[in-house]
Design a protein around this ligand. Structure first.
Ligand code: PEP
Ligand code: MG
Length: 757
């Protein structure tokens, strides 16, 4: 096989419809191109057994072939993590006979591992009747293909229970990334887009059960349609009734029924079978010239969605006005408007298939005190209304828990509450270390509903007001008056306390529904923050005017600039600010020029601070972006989330540098990234010299408790030691050791679910 064949296979695979088609295509193409008799693909399951995913050339008697962990030549490939290429498999000491796959007639064996994120996740094997090893060139091609294939196999859904009668397994544990702490228990509300178009393919394990499920679904939807038709008022026009008749007719149409059944028999799960069949008919009808028939496309699509929603047990028009029990929102990305639409007393948790700890969904969940887990991937066993536990501190989700597990988590939740009440008693106490060093604690916010918790938790001001959030929960840019009203409420709620209001920071992962910024290869490096607002100067002017006007008669407004990376940007902003103040004075307003500062989140700014010391009044370290840009790790990418750690020695060194540059420039510094709310990290930040921290309101009590338990002298020494460390693990270990010695483990970073493995 040459490089051309390799490229062809990869291209063909990329165009194959479903993952199942993709893996089948791979094994078929490899067999053909390498001229081997057999090609098989195995995946390692959670129980470490090796499951046969696809095969070419084997006569497989049983569909569910699993090789026990570590057994046979496939086991050897997995254990050794490199290619095993031999001419006579049966003579090898590791040979393991599997009666169900009739492979005894094949003599040679070449297997290569599939590796993802450093772990072996499967194996690709070719076998032949000839008594000769696979050629070296072909072995290299196989290894290359295995690396492509690993991406596909890693994304394949786990086995899916398709039978309506089969009980859903209990305590399905799904690992993700920490989003927001706390334990949330509620009923799942699945928000996977709202229609059939978002369904992805998955394998159907039990075709017979799926066929039964399909027929039952058809009957249920037919009855629903009948009931809906019957409930129509007498005066409803005949054309509306006609739609229901059309639905009923379509549901009885043998060609639709047969098409879905054929898809199920071909090994696809039911939602995909419905999607595929519905799309087939939509295309058929849309190609028709008769306008009446053409228009039936819409009915077919509606019907498809109706089938799908009924299968999911979801009411498509669900809103949250009349909910009366806690819910957990689950979807690819749960957007801000969705979170805002659920009455907060019923929002028990948020789970995102994508996203990472620093995505804005997670930040918002943190701000609102809602447990959240990010980047869990697709949870195929999940259905609407299933019980679900969200363990934010651990980044895990438990689907369909047994009563025993639910009780355990209820107790933990209660314990958290009691702890919180103890911490509440510190509300009016200062955040001061045992040796008398005062630290100021501010809150991060962006929602009006989120103003009171900050005050209740004793925040000394707002360290970061993310103005993009009021911009996001709307359908168009807010007018100057609308902005004034919002900002006025914020400044009034914190009268006498500083409020650091940031200008609009959209772009990257913060999109406005009515002004999407797409088509950027690297959104995080693209049109975001001040770059966007300076290019849309009318928006910036309106916002700055609104802030200044809202602060009329008040002195607590500070304007903070996001994503600044050059002197030109700062100067342009200063001229907008001067112009805004001038305009407002001309208009007769008694306004004054607010203090301004920059977010230090683009590393380039650190070198520029000395040049800016006369132009700005303060700086705020945005460690979420600073870490992202310093480490070249997308803060929102679940794939690299496990590598994203604020305790990276380079981040620590840069924070130290910022503090010393700011000190020499006499610029006050605060730190408002999520780092400020992680107890372990805060201990270090204090030792480095940070004295102003801004965090989600609900984090303030714990951080205050921590600060009041620490000795600054000790923390300075520890920070010095940490500045000599070159690994995250070592830094974490030193900090954990210190907090353990101080007996703070239970309070500040206790693991919640050690008993649930
Ligand atoms: C940051 O980058 O650390 C920050 C606070 O800003 P945001 O998370 O809104 O980008
Ligand atoms: Mg930022």
């Amino acid at each position: 096989m040459n490089i051309m064949s390799l490229t062809r296979i990869v291209q063909e695979v990329a165009f194959a419809g479903s993952p199942t088609d993709q893996v089948k295509l791979i094994v078929d193409s490899i067999s053909e191109s390498l001229d081997v008799d057999v090609c098989t693909l195995y995946r390692i399951n959670a129980d470490q057994n090796m499951e046969l995913l696809a095969s070419h050339g084997l006569s497989v008697k049983n569909k569910d072939i699993k090789i026990p962990a570590g057994k046979g030549l496939v086991g050897l490939v997995v254990k050794s993590r490199h290619a095993v290429n031999i001419d006579d498999a049966a003579k090898h000491p590791d040979y393991f006979y599997i009666p169900e796959i009739n492979e005894e007639k094949y003599t040679s064996f070449c297997g290569v591992p599939l590796v993802r994120f450093g772990k072996v996740i499967g194996a690709l094997v070719v076998q032949s009747k000839q008594l000769s090893k696979l050629e070296k060139e072909s072995e290299a091609v196989l290894t290359t293909l295995a690396s492509q294939l690993a991406l596909i196999v890693a994304e394949l859904p786990a086995a899916i229970s398709t039978s309506v009668r089969e009980a859903t397994p209990h305590n399905i544990r799904v690992n993700g990334n920490k989003g927001a702490p706390g334990i949330g228990i509620g009923k799942a509300v699945v928000c996977i887009g709202d229609d059939l178009s978002n369904v992805v393919d998955a394998a159907c394990d039990n075709v017979d059960a799926a066929l039964v499920e399909w027929r039952e679904l058809l009957e249920k939807v037919k009855l629903d349609i009948e009931a809906e038709r019957a409930s129509l008022k007498e005066n409803v026009s005949e054309s509306i009734r006609g739609i229901f008749d059309a639905y009923s007719l379509l549901l009885s149409d043998q060609s639709l029924i047969n098409k879905v059944e054929a898809e199920l028999k071909a090994g696809h799960w039911l939602p995909w079978a419905i999607k595929h069949s519905i799309h087939y008919f939509v295309e058929l009808f849309s190609a028709m010239t008769d306008p009446y028939l053409k228009a039936r496309c819409e009915d077919i699509l509606h019907l498809g969605n109706k089938l799908y929603f009924t299968w999911r047990g979801k009411n498509p028009h669900q809103d949250f006005h009349d909910i009366s029990e806690p819910v957990v929102l689950i979807g690819e990305h749960i957007d801000v408007s969705l979170i805002a639409s659920v009455p907060s007393q019923y929002l028990a948790g948020v789970v995102c298939f994508g996203g990472a700890t620093l995505s804005h969904t997670a930040i918002l969940a943190n701000a609102m005190g809602i447990p959240a887990v990010m980047g869990v991937g697709a949870i195929k066993q999940l259905k609407d209304q299933q019980n679900i536990i969200v363990v934010g501190d651990e980044g895990i989700v438990i689907v369909n828990p047994t009563d025993a597990i639910s009780n355990e988590f209820n107790k933990l939740q209660h314990r958290e509450l009691v702890l919180q009440q103890q911490l509440d008693s510190l509300r009016d106490m200062p955040a001061v270390t045992r040796d008398g060093v005062r630290v100021s604690l501010f809150t991060n916010t962006g929602l009006l509903v989120d103003l009171t918790p900050g005050i209740e938790y004793g925040a000394e001001g707002i360290g970061l007001y993310r103005t993009e959030i009021p911009f996001m929960v709307r359908e168009s840019f807010p007018s100057e008056d609308e902005q004034i009203a919002v900002y006025r409420r914020v400044l009034k709620a914190y009268e006498g306390k500083p409020v650091y209001m940031r200008t609009l920071d959209i772009g990257g992962d913060k999109q406005l529904p009515y002004y999407p910024i797409d088509n950027e290869d690297n959104p995080a490096l693209g049109w975001r923050g001040i770059r966007f607002t300076l290019d849309n100067i009318q928006l910036l002017m309106t916002q700055v005017r609104a802030m200044i006007l809202a602060a009329e008669q008040k002195t607590n407004l500070h304007i903070l600039l996001p994503m600044v990376s050059s002197t030109g940007e700062l100067d342009e902003f200063i001229s907008v600010l001067n112009d805004a103040v001038h305009q407002l004075k001309e208009e007769g307003h008694a306004v004054c020029k607010p203090k301004i500062g920059v977010m230090v989140e683009v590393p380039a700014v650190i070198s520029l601070l000395p040049f800016w010391k006369k132009k700005i009044n303060f700086v705020s370290i945005g460690t979420n972006d600073l870490s992202q840009y310093l480490l070249a790790l997308d803060r929102n990418n679940a794939r690299v989330a496990s590598r994203f750690d604020h305790l990276h020695p380079a981040v620590i060194q840069e924070i130290k540098r910022i503090l010393s540059v700011a000190k020499s420039c006499e610029l006050p510094v605060s730190l408002c990234g999520e780092m400020a709310s992680e107890p372990l990290v805060v201990a270090l930040l204090l030792g480095l010299g940070v004295r102003n921290l801004s965090m989600s309101a609900n984090k303030i009590p714990k951080i205050k408790y921590l600060i009041r338990s620490l000795d600054m002298v000790k923390m300075n020494e520890l920070a010095e030691q940490i500045l000599q460390s070159d690994s995250v693990e070592q830094i974490r270990h030193l900090l954990e050791q210190e907090l353990n010695e101080l007996g703070l483990t239970d309070i500040v970073y206790r693991k919640t679910v050690t008993s649930f493995q």
